[in-house]
Structures are given as structure tokens and as C-alpha cells.
Write a protein that binds this ligand. Sequence first.
Ligand code: MN
Length: 255
Amino acid sequence: MPTILVTNDDGIFSEGIKLLAKELSSLGRVVVVAPDREQSASGHSLTLHRPLRMRKIEDDWYTVDGTPTDCVSLAVMALLKDDPPDLIVSGINFGLNLGDDVTYSGTVSAAFEGSLLGIPSVAFSQEIGEHFSFARGADFARRLATTLLAASLPAGLLLNVNFPCEEFTGVEWTRLGHRRYVQSVVEKTDPRGRKYFWIAGTPEWEDEAGTDHAALSQRKVTLTPLHLDLTDYDVLEGCCDVRRQIEEAALTWVE
Ligand code: MN
């Protein structure tokens, strides 16, 4: 019987994680280890400066007073060290995690951590809007997990999955889309006369074919395979002038 680790960044009391865990429970042992409060936009943050506490709230349900990455680390390297998970799933997040936003996302970062630990990992996120429901996504997640558990997978496979709000019209393999710059920091004055800032704004996306955003706007479920190698191979392999300029200049920096 496979073991499936479930986590998220919305916290253990979110509807998305409850439905996801419930759907997956027909496939094997489901162990939930999730933050004890909302950790959205925590990115790939790891807690190193204080001890972490794991609290059991019922059989195979645990909270951690840390980030989604902490949850995956504690689950794989402590709680489940004798029975490592066959699959890690994160979500279902309340809100999309598309394109350039994936590095802010705690949901996706939990899956990044799973992938780094060599375990196939999937992040699930649900669009918010009219006809909102986690049910369609949870059903899709169970079918996808069934397929993944039966397949032979590349080591550290990482999938970022987004669900549209309306009835799904299809499924598409996509690449990450890019956000356009939009004014997104509000600057105001507090009652004591001091300036404060609030990061806000709704992202606008380039609507290029083949991207997650473009497919989602056609109400398709998007499957984006990711990896954590952030190397820019174009620059590394010498495509641009600045590389040569730095090389020439750097000769004198290390004399
Ligand atoms: Mn979230």
C-alpha cells in the first residue's frame, strides 16, 4: 500500500487539504503534515533559527508551527523516515499558482522540497471565482495520483497543476507564463504620520500560447513540469556580450 504525504500552505484547517486527503485515502495510507496556520506566499522558506513542534491532531494528521517546506522536511526525515512517502501532494491551494508566481508559492515550494528529497511531488491550486469548488480538482487529483503511483517516474518528478473555476474543458501540458509589470506597491501614511507600504495588485499575464495562463484561460487543467535548476544555460553557454565583457574585465580583478 503506497504512502502519500499531503501538505499545503493554507494551513491544516483549509477545505482544500481536507478534500484532497479524503479523495486520496482510497489509494493508500494518507499522512497529512501541514502548517498550523496560513503560510501562503512563504516561498521555499526553511526555519533554522528556532525549534519546530509537530502536534498530532488525529491519526495521521499533524500540524507543524512552520512553513510548508518545514512540514515536508519533518515528515520525510523524521515522522516517516522508516516508511518514506511514495508521493507528495501539496494543496489544493485556494488560488492559482501560475508562471512567475511559483517561487513565491508555499504550495509549490512544498513540492519543490519533496522533489529535492527525490520523491515525486505534485502541487495543486484552484482558481477562485464564480462556481468555485475544490471538488472537481480533488477528483482530478485522485485520478492523477493513481496514474503516477502506477507509473515508473523520473527521479524527483515535480508537477505544478492548476484548476480552472468552471467545468474543465481539457488538460494541457504547459510551460510557465510571464507576468507583465503592474503597479503593485501601495504607499500610504499611517495614523501616526509614518509611511507604510502594502504589496498588492492583480497580476496581468502575457497571453502566449503554450503557457499555463493561456491554457487556464481556456478553462483547461494545466500540467507544468518543473525543476529546481535555475541555471540560465543561454548565458552559461556564452550567448551574450556581457559574458565576454565580464570575462575580460575579471582578468584584472583576480590578478
Ligand atoms: Mn495558499
